[in-house]
Design a protein around this ligand. Sequence first.
Ligand SMILES: Nc1ncnc2c1ncn2[C@@H]1O[C@H](COP(=O)(O)OP(=O)(O)OP(=O)(O)O)[C@@H](O)[C@H]1O
Length: 137
Amino acid sequence: MKPPPAASTSALSWRRWQRSAGFAWAGLRHTWQTQANFRVEVVLGSLAATLCWALRVSPAPVLLCCALVLSLELVNTALEALTDLISPEQHPAAKIAKDAAAGAVLLASVISVVVGLAVFVPPLWRVFSPFALSLPR
Ligand SMILES: Nc1ncnc2c1ncn2[C@@H]1O[C@H](COP(=O)(O)OP(=O)(O)OP(=O)(O)O)[C@@H](O)[C@H]1O
């Protein structure tokens, strides 16, 4: 029979969870400090979430897109660092790794823009169309 896990390796250990959260926070901080794209995505995501609140639309699709783009940017940063460590000199496989990771962020960003248009255009149209239609021609 397997022995019970030690307190420090238990999934319920508060100290172990704090330690892991500290490492994860360091990764977030590093990405924020070194990746301008990440900062832009955080600002745009915050603006989109605020717009959801202002227009009283469900924030779920917007928050999911934000989570997808920001998470992929973090993974992209991790892959870039690993690639630079493993292959400091030019190598075709290193290029594939970096370009594919960047492609994942680009794809998620384009899909997020499409989702943003689908979420925001109808309520914005309802708000602004009365003004547009009352303008003198
Ligand atoms: N070791 C390498 N071998 C081959 N190609 C590489 C290597 N490192 C980077 N590249 C290529 O050079 C180009 C620029 O890479 P770079 O490392 O500057 O990343 P980046 O995509 O500009 O991201 P960031 O600006 O966030 O660091 C990319 O097309 C990348 O695939």
